[in-house]
Ligand binder design. Structure first.
Ligand code: CP
Ligand code: NVA
Length: 305
């Protein structure tokens, strides 16, 4: 593994290794044991979109690994003024040991990884959010004691989160049901790729428009914002279309009694989820947010160590 760009590119064994390492680094951190696996190494962090969790967890994670995180806002680097991705890659590889990037076009991340001789980590594109789903799998494993055979329901927009969830479930053998409004289903190309993963693991993939069908007997219920970064102009229209997909108490009641509620955050209460669900006893959103730190440390230690 040179880069971490899509869960579809990883093998099940590679993901299992990352999860195992994430869990052991978490334990060591809780026990106050240092693990300077990246002593003297520097991670460049390119952001062309906002972030709370990703920025803080990568910076803290790199520090805990004994390395140095370098925040590179696109407003401040020449990439934002039109320098090519190729030149940026060739220059940054001379200084850095790894690059983390959050941006709009997924093709920009692929281009950066193609030309940079150092690891590139995808910290969210319009297409995928693999770091989030690795942390989510860790969180599910910690709460349920297994991954294989669980039913994962995703309700809402067929966006970057839905795409990475499909890849994650397909690789690790969770049955996955996705309900979106008409016209907002996950991209065909991602569904086709995911189907290969589901075929291999033997788990099932259902993509439908009925949230009740998707959530029925689910072990995990997941939603995300209806208005992703870059879609702000569509906000009013999206809220109208997505309202029937709100994860509220009535809808959540169709899941298993011990179902967990998850959300990558940031969340918008009374839109995609109501407070009684996201702030209720089944919600594990802050364990999930914490695990961004541990899962990404595992990614960085594996790629840059
Ligand atoms: N979930 C997530 O990626 O959060 P941020 O946008 O705050 O990084
Ligand atoms: N789908 C959301 C995820 C945020 C972490 C977005 O892309 O804005």
């Amino acid at each position: 593994m040179k880069d971490f760009i899509s869960l579809h590119d990883c093998t099940k064994e590679e993901l299992e290794q990352l999860l195992k390492l994430a869990i052991s680094l978490k334990k060591e951190t809780k026990e106050g044991r240092e693990h300077h696996l990246l002593k003297g190494k520097t991670l460049g962090m390119i952001f062309t979109k906002s972030s709370t969790r990703t920025r803080v967890s990568f910076e803290v994670g790199m520090t805990q690994l004994g390395g140095y995180p370098l925040f590179l806002s696109s407003n401040d680097i020449q990439l934002g003024r039109g320098e090519t991705i190729y030149d940026t890659a060739k220059v940054l590889e001379r200084y850095l040991d790894g690059i983390m990037i959050r941006t709009f076009a997924h093709s920009d991340v692929l281009e950066l990884a193609e030309h940079a001789d150092i690891p590139v980590i995808n910290a969210l594109t319009d297409l995928l959010h693999p770091c989030q789903v690795l942390a989510d799998l860790q969180t599910i494993y910690e709460h349920k004691g297994k991954l294989e055979g669980l039913k994962f329901a995703y309700i809402g927009d067929g966006n970057n989160m839905a795409h990475s969830i499909m890849y994650g479930c397909g690789k690790m053998g969770l049955d996955c049901s996705i309900a979106t409004p008409k016209g907002y289903a996950p991209l065909d190309e991602v569904c086709q790729n995911a189907k290969e993963d589901f075929k291999k693991s033997g788990a099932s993939l259902v993509i439908c428009e009925d949230p009740v069908e998707a959530i029925r007997d689910a072990d995990i219920v997941y939603t995300d914002t209806w208005v992703s970064m870059g879609q702000e102009a569509e906000k009013a229209e999206r809220i109208k279309i997505f309202m029937p997909y709100q994860v509220n108490k009535e809808l959540f009641a169709h899941a298993k009694d011990d179902a967990v509620f998850m959300h990558c955050l940031p969340a918008y209460r009374d839109f995609e989820v109501t407070p009684d669900v996201i702030d209720g006893k089944n919600s594990i959103i802050f364990d999930e947010a914490e695990n961004r730190l541990h899962a990404q440390k595992a990614i960085m230690a594996t790629l840059m160590g």
